[in-house]
Ligand binder design. Structure first.
Ligand code: FAD
Ligand code: NAP
Length: 880
């Protein structure tokens, strides 16, 4: 690509790249483009560089990611030269830093300040963007990059009457350059997010009276600011490059210790000690990383919330004020938490008062103050710390028109849609820095910004090398990315809060989780993966023709991916290479590490009559008043492994959610008891449970079966045997990723036979231990092969997309339906063989689990006379 010369005013009429914004992102991008010979210009609304740190000059503004981390890594000299004066640098210091970078690299000469971009239109014929500014001129470019910031458009004030106020109104995100002196003034601050939390203590030092209007109290704790911690500085100075490299391979872009335990795997005392240490650290990120499940599990998160609530109560003297300041309506980290300097203590000062807008909402701002539903206040100044139209605000504020005049604002009407947060279909050669769908605001943004700049830079270099003119993501790739972003968010607690991450702070904004919560490291790997796979999901056009490498970079559910990574990290053995004893020991150890599952009314162990002697069972009884139906449950483990303990959390779950007694049967295992022992035991157990329903405290006649994997196999077989034997009546069967056939040649074995936990080799190992080849085709081993499936109980067959058993499960559901059985299949998108029983681990399966529990509940609602129907079916003689 040829560089096109700028005109003399520094304003290029036509350049390779237009960059909008001269904050952290724009400055680095400009540097890289110039270094690589792309002509470029940055258009910046402000009259200087700095972005966030130009606009947010409110008292107390500073970063809350430590400055050592929240700084550029791309200039090794800068890293050595620049010494931060504080752990968390103030806004003026960060602004000086960015100004220094601009000077050092002479970046200002390519920036047009005081220039707002108002529109941009893709000219398909010329393959150029025309970028319009508020000066009425246009700049044409091949690539148009919005480095416009995630938090750069202050929210339009949505406080009624705000325009009436005759005193001074200030916005934290647009603070006057000359500063504000509040001495002797009666000041109101509306908003208690990070900007409010930082500014309130400083404003209180000046003001005669300060009144804080709070809608939602926030989790905050002392920042423990001071000089840069010596240990951290020593670590950084010893190996800056190594330190930065480590930061890139973390969840949030800051080196913090990765948790390994769940919150309730340790004692309460140990947990509190961990939280105390986190509290004293003054580090924003450590609470979220205290245990693996803090952002995923209600109870784990609540333990953090309670700890922090105690701290607030201890800091604030007046109990009523303390209660008002105590967050109760959202989990920790689901709205961005804060770190502060004397925030809560400020409310102990006699001239500071708090107004809880939940108790007395603002009725209107008046000429002289604020009226709530209960009182009138008079002020000299009102400070709006009411936040931003985050992530999308600055992008859609520009009238961007892509291919065929497609309006970006319209395309994103129901929420932003991007591929990797960096491009969006329909808008060729248009990039967003830290756009929606990228880690951005959930990370140390310096790290995320650099990664995006590097990726876009490399993409442009690639295009130049390959003589490509136009790049655009494919709809398939974009749809899948949007799905993946949502999948990642949905397994966390974050979408539950009314946060700006969800767009919930801006009236009328669609409720969509905006950033990518999969983490910086994972995201970086995905972006690298996209490139390594030949720019997967992108279509290019140029002199060498059109190349479209359509595809999806991540299909797996994020929890399945994490689980599989964990297995690799732990060096988990391939079970099929172990002896049976070692395999059982390994399975038992893995089972012991599971979260316990929900509490039930009663758990007791007993014995029932199996086909060849007594079998152990474990009974789970709901805490609700009976009579309950009963579920005969069969655990997974390939007929070789597993026991009631291994599936204990899942049985508890079924007990609670299906509101049923669950009897988990420890049927005989191979190789000690080979085929048909497990199948015969399953049927014997079903019969015994039906016969002893009253003794078990269950309602007679309300019996269903359920099983996972090999347990699904014996559950299916038990239904067939019951049909053929004329009873007992079974109201329904829920088969979770069941083995239904011994044929390992179905496509799902080829597609998912390696790398998704249950492998083809392991399935072979299971079969070899369980049944001789000649026996495997028996319907008692391969229930799909029964001559007729008519007359079987209604069925829900759950299959998972990334499971070798997927296709035989689907085949069974289809065959059941064909035979007239009320059967349906539900497939877990992106899930693996163990997703569904993974209670409190595989959170992506929450919906599917709930669905199968409600299927059981429905089956047990009334006894159904299937056995009777079956008796009339001549084909049911198959198993006789
Ligand atoms: P910005 O710094 O927002 O720069 C975007 C620029 O684009 C702005 O200068 C804006 O004027 C310009 N612009 C936008 N639209 C147009 C247009 N149409 N035409 C022309 N110019 C336009 N992140 C952290 O990781 N750690 C922190 O501690 C931290 N502290 C923060 C504190 C505050 C008060 C705020 C508001 C945010 C903080 N952030 C923090 C997030 C912060 O926004 C990013 O870290 C980073 O500064 C963003 O840089 P950027 O270049 O992407 O965007
Ligand atoms: P914010 O987190 O969105 O907080 C805005 C506050 O104003 C909230 O308390 C909100 O209440 C309240 N509010 C909004 N509209 C209101 C209305 N109409 N009436 C009454 N109250 C209203 O915005 P922010 O504090 O500017 O912070 C935004 C983000 O910028 C932060 O989350 C952070 O990422 C970044 N930031 C970082 C720092 C730092 O420490 N480094 C400092 C400032 C900002 P509700 O919660 O009820 O909506």
């Amino acid at each position: 690509m040829d560089a096109i010369k700028s005109d003399s005013g520094g304003a290029a009429r036509e350049v390779d790249v237009v960059v909008v914004g001269a904050g952290f992102a724009g400055l680095y991008l400009l540097h890289e483009l110039r270094r690589l010979g792309f002509s470029s210009v940055a258009l910046e609304a402000a009259d200087d560089v700095g972005g966030t740190w130009y606009w947010n000059r409110y008292p107390g503004a500073r970063c809350d990611i430590e400055s050592i981390d929240y700084s550029y890594s791309w200039d090794p000299d800068l890293q050595r030269e620049w010494q931060w004066s504080e752990r968390y640098a103030t806004q003026p210091e960060i602004l000086r830093y960015l100004g220094h970078v601009a000077d050092k690299h002479d970046l200002r000469r390519d920036i047009r300040f005081s220039t707002r971009v108002t529109g941009a239109r893709w000219d398909a014929a010329a393959q150029r963007w025309s970028v319009r500014t508020d000066h009425g001129d246009e700049v044409r470019c091949r690539f148009y990059v919005m480095a416009t910031g995630c938090l750069s458009v202050p929210k339009t004030p949505d406080v009624p009457g705000h325009e009436r106020f005759r005193g001074a109104s200030y916005y934290t995100g647009r603070w006057p350059k000359e500063g504000v002196d509040f001495t002797g003034k009666r000041v109101a601050v509306i908003g208690t997010g990070s900007s409010g939390v930082q500014s309130i203590p400083i404003i209180a030092q000046q003001a005669k009276e300060l009144t804080v209007f709070q809608r939602t109290p926030n989790y905050s704790r002392p920042a423990k600011n001071g000089p840069v911690p010596k240990a951290k500085k020593a670590l950084f100075d010893a190996d800056p490059a190594g330190y930065r490299a480590a930061a890139r391979l973390t969840g949030a872009g800051v080196p913090v210790e990765k948790p390994e335990l769940r919150a309730f795997q340790v004692s309460e005392a140990e947990r509190r000690a961990r939280y105390e240490e986190a509290y004293q650290s003054g580090d924003l990120l450590v609470f979220g990383a205290a245990y693996t499940d803090i952002l995923f599990n209600d109870a784990a998160n609540e333990s953090v919330c309670e700890f922090l609530r105690d701290k607030i109560r201890a800091l604030v003297k007046d109990p009523d004020t303390a209660e008002m300041l105590t967050p109760r309506d959202h989990f920790y980290g689901t709205k961005r938490p804060c770190i502060d300097t004397n925030y809560f203590e400020t409310f102990n000062l006699p001239h500071v008062r708090l107004v809880d807008l939940r108790r007395e909402p603002i009725r209107t701002v008046t000429e002289t103050g604020i009226d709530t539903s209960a009182r009138s206040f008079e002020f000299d100044a009102i400070v709006y710390a009411t936040g931003f139209d985050a992530m999308t605000g600055a992008i859609v504020a520009v009238d961007v028109a892509g291919r065929d005049g497609l309006s970006l604002k319209q395309k994103w009407d129901h929420g932003p849609r991007t591929y990797l947060g960096v491009m969006t279909t329909g808008f060729p050669n248009f990039f967003t820095m830290t756009g929606p769908g990228s880690p951005s605001v959930l990370s140390n943004m310096a790290v995320s910004i650099e990664q995006h700049v590097d990726w876009v830079r490399d993409c442009l270099v690639h295009m130049r090398a390959e003589h490509l003119d136009v790049v655009e993501p494919t709809p398939t790739a974009e749809d899948a990315w949007v799905q993946h972003v949502n999948d990642c968010a949905d397994i966390t607690l974050l979408p539950r809060a009314n946060s700006w991450y969800m767009g919930a702070n801006v009236p009328g904004k669609p409720r969509v989780f905006l950033p990518y919560i999969g983490g910086v490291e994972r995201y970086r790997k995905i972006c690298d993966d996209v490139v390594a796979r030949g720019y997967l999901g992108f279509a290019f056009a140029g002199g060498s023709g059109r190349r479209c490498n359509d595809g999806v970079v991540r299909r797996l559910q994020p929890d399945a991916e994490i689980f599989l990574e964990m297995l690799t990290e732990l060096g988990a053995p391939r079970i099929e290479t172990l002896s049976v004893a070692d395999a059982r020991a390994f399975a038992a150890a893995s089972g012991a590490a599971q979260p316990p599952g929900p509490a039930v009314g009663e758990v007791r162990d007993g014995q029932l009559a199996g086909a060849a002697g007594p079998l152990a069972y474990r009974l789970y009884r709901p805490a609700t008043p009976g009579p309950h139906g009963v579920v005969a449950y069969f655990h997974g483990g390939g007929w070789v492994l597993g026991d009631p303990q291994s599936d204990d959390p899942f049985c508890r779950y079924l007990c609670v959610k299906a509101d049923a007694i669950v009897v988990s049967v420890n049927y005989r295992h191979a190789p000690e008891a080979r085929f048909p022992a497990a199948a015969d035991d399953a049927f014997a157990a079903v019969r015994w449970i039906a016969d002893h329903a009253a003794e078990l405290g269950a309602a007679p006649g309300r019996l269903a079966v359920c099983g996972w994997s090999a347990g699904g196999n014996v559950a299916a077989v038990a239904c067939q045997l019951a049909r053929d034997a004329g009873g007992p009546p079974i109201a329904g069967q829920v088969l979770v990723t069941p083995v239904t056939d011994c044929d390992l040649s179905r496509p799902s074995y080829a597609q998912n036979g390696e790398g998704y936990f249950l492998t083809t080799d392991l399935m072979r190992w299971f079969w070899d231990h369980y049944a001789d080849p000649a026996d495997r085709t028996s319907p008692k081993a391969s229930p799909l092969r029964a001559p007729s499936l008519a007359g079987l109980p209604p069925a829900l067959v759950v299959t998972c997309e990334f499971d070798p058993l997927r296709d035989e499960g689907s085949a069974y559901a289809v065959a059941l339906a064909k035979a007239g059985v009320a059967a349906r299949e539900r497939q877990g998108r992106g899930m693996i063989h163990n997703s569904v029983p993974g209670v409190d681990v595989m959170l992506s399966a929450v919906g599917l689990r709930a669905e199968l529990a409600s299927a059981l509940r429905a089956f047990l609602g009334a006894a159904t006379p299937h056995a009777t129907a079956a008796r009339r079916d001549p084909a049911s003689a198959a198993h006789a």
